[in-house]
Write a protein that binds this ligand. Structure first.
Ligand SMILES: NC(=O)c1ccc[n+]([C@@H]2O[C@H](COP(=O)([O-])OP(=O)(O)OC[C@H]3O[C@@H](n4cnc5c(N)ncnc54)[C@H](OP(=O)(O)O)[C@@H]3O)[C@@H](O)[C@H]2O)c1
Length: 360
């Protein structure tokens, strides 16, 4: 008899819904959790009675939905977080009320969730990106693209074959296992793309309510030049750990199975990117998530490693000047990652390529 699998998904936005529908289609029962103060999409779906999807996935399904974390823990030993990383701490407060020694938590994307979490869990796994590009469109889920590959790692030294097999079953794409969560975080290229496209197009965003194509119209030569400076910092950080680093374009090519030669080529010609509309204002996760949880962590790692991180510092300062939010204060620096007392050498030893290492 075929075994019936179950998965709990924490995060009821387009990324969580796309994974939920895909899993249900492939015979896995899913329970979706929406935090009681974050019910926006869930209310829409419940009003309609079912979730309809179109695009790269087609169909409709009645989702099991809860706002009670006890249901999540009981439903499955496998919990996938699909909240933005800025929401991880809110759901952590709920998760920490339970014993999770038998559970595996998978953060999609991770952005160093495992280091922030500081909790006893059977296993923590992180990916660099979400498998789908998707959005809600009048209560329908639209899946615009599906990645070919995501990068993945466990916080624990060796996740074991069983976890690797489970991840293979859950994610409908190729998984490339990395040494550890720091390497995976350095492979989330949204930190290179998003904040600069937002900042360098701020006037246009605010003038048009985002009525232009963010990559196709907004990633021009000078924006690309600035991105290359940030990308160099990201790569230098990875190289200091001993990882073989690739450029943001090469990583994106690998994830989407494409072969663009540079950032402009990608912005103009990549199907999953060149039709994306700009957000309507700067208060968007392209800044709140990607500056807070990617750029600040890359910056603080760079400083500890003795790498010039001034291109990232410039972005964070300008973001504060433009929005009033000081991400140096609230972002994932070494304190938030519980690495403030770790020396440069310990840091490299702990997260260098030869080990899959526990961050605590
Ligand atoms: N959608 C995509 O195409 C795509 C592509 C690549 C990567 N990703 C990544 O995948 C993740 C999820 O994306 P998404 O589009 O599904 O995001 P989303 O709709 O903005 O958020 C997902 C869910 O998390 C909830 N949430 C937000 N902040 C929270 C908090 N502080 N505490 C508890 N719940 C919170 C949202 O509720 P409310 O909306 O009610 O606040 C929503 O139910 C993000 O990290 C995103 O960067 C998405």
């Amino acid at each position: 008899m075929k075994m019936q699998h179950r998965v709990s998904l924490v995060g009821a936005g387009p990324a969580g819904f796309a994974l939920a529908i895909d899993l249900e289609k492939r015979g896995t029962n899913v329970l979706v959790y929406s935090h009681p103060s974050h019910l926006r999409h869930v209310n829409d779906v419940q009003d309609k009675g079912l979730l309809t999807v179109r695009g790269k996935l087609e169909g409709s399904t009645v989702l099991r939905i809860t706002s009670n974390m006890r249901d999540v823990i009981g439903f499955s030993n496998l919990i996938i977080l699909t909240v933005p990383s800025t929401g991880q701490e809110t759901v952590l407060q709920e998760l920490k009320k339970f014993s999770l020694h038998q559970h595996t938590i998978v953060a999609v994307p991770g952005n160093l969730f495992g280091l922030v979490a500081e909790m006893e869990v059977g296993c923590i796994v992180e990916t660099n990106l979400s498998p789908y590009s998707c959005r809600m469109d009048e209560e329908r889920l639209v899946v615009l693209g599906k990645k070919h590959l995501v990068f993945i790692a466990a916080l624990q030294k060796d996740p074991g074959l069983e976890i690797q097999e489970t991840m293979k079953r859950i994610f409908p794409l190729e998984l490339k296992w990395c040494s550890n969560v720091v390497e995976v975080c350095l492979l989330n290229v949204n930190g290179v793309f998003h904040p600069l496209m937002m900042l360098m197009n701020a006037g246009r965003i605010e003038n048009t309510d985002g009525n232009f194509l963010l990559y196709r119209d907004g990633l021009t030569r000078s924006v690309a030049n600035a991105m290359l400076a940030v990308d160099r910092v990201r790569m230098e950080v990875g190289e200091a750990f001993g990882f073989r680093m690739k450029s943001a374009v090469e990583i994106s090519n690998e994830c989407y199975d494409q072969s663009f030669t540079d950032l402009i080529d990608l912005a103009q010609n990549s199907g999953p990117h060149n039709k994306l509309k700009a957000p309507s204002d700067l208060e968007n996760r392209n800044i709140s998530e990607d500056v807070s949880d990617l750029l600040i962590s890359w910056h603080s790692l760079a400083e500890k490693l003795g790498i010039d991180a001034s291109p990232i510092r410039a972005i964070v300062v300008l973001v504060e000047m433009a929005t009033g939010v000081n991400y140096f204060k609230i972002g994932r620096d070494l304190y938030k990652l519980h690495l403030q007392d770790v020396s440069r050498n310990e840091l490299i030893q702990r997260f260098g390529p030869s080990t899959r290492q526990n961050g605590h």
